[in-house]
Write a protein that binds this ligand. Structure first.
Ligand code: HEC
Length: 164
């Protein structure tokens, strides 16, 4: 091979490698149409932190998932709490946490040990924190029906289609 030919081949190789590199770099910056995470909270950092302490203290996540976290060692078919405040108003939540028998407000299909416990004995401050935080949990409109469907299926044990 003559020197000129070698140079041409070298230039071609370098061009191909850099074109592939540029393409790869461009793709790396591209994202698929990603609508993002549908759940969010309107809570202040103070409310979030006070609520986190209570959720932990009362083991809510032994039964409920929230922000994709739950205790997977305990399989209670309780509804996820993500988006809760888009489905219940503040008064409903306040009554629910104040109820001696929450199942009078929201019927259950579960055995007693899996049912939502009464938090009537908590201080008013703690009940308000739970109420406000639950109410702050919202879902974006585009994921509302999907969330509603899952909540329905968890609560009733029935398929959503049967509801249509
Ligand atoms: C022993 C399991 C268990 C624990 C612990 C528990 N829950 Fe529940 N929760 C349930 C179940 C199951 C339901 C559905 C109603 C029922 O079956 O009693 C429910 C319902 C709810 C609802 C109403 C959902 C709706 O339909 O709008 C809210 C809000 C809620 N729980 C919040 C909490 C919070 C906050 C805590 C902790 C302070 C907590 N739960 C602790 C099992 C539990």
């Amino acid at each position: 091979m003559r020197k000129g030919e070698k140079n041409i081949i070298l230039i071609m190789v370098v061009s191909v490698v850099s074109l592939v590199g540029v393409k790869f770099y461009q793709n790396a910056g591209e994202t698929e149409e990603d609508p993002g995470i549908p759940y969010y909270t309107t809570a202040t950092p103070e409310l979030t932190s006070a609520a986190a302490t209570l959720l932990h203290k009362h083991n809510c996540q032994e039964c409920h998932s929230l922000w994709a976290t739950r205790d997977f060692t305990i399989a209670v078919p309780a509804p996820a709490l993500d988006g809760e405040g888009s489905f219940r108003d503040r008064d409903w939540l306040a009554q629910y946490f104040d109820a001696a028998v929450p199942q009078d407000i929201l019927p259950t299909r579960l055995k007693p040990q899996y049912r939502h416990p009464s938090y009537a004995h908590l201080s008013d401050e703690d009940k308000t924190t739970l109420t406000d935080y639950m109410f702050s949990l919202k879902v974006e409109d585009w994921y509302r029906e999907q969330t509603e469907k899952r909540r329905f299926e968890k609560l009733t044990g029935k398929k959503w289609a049967a509801n249509e």
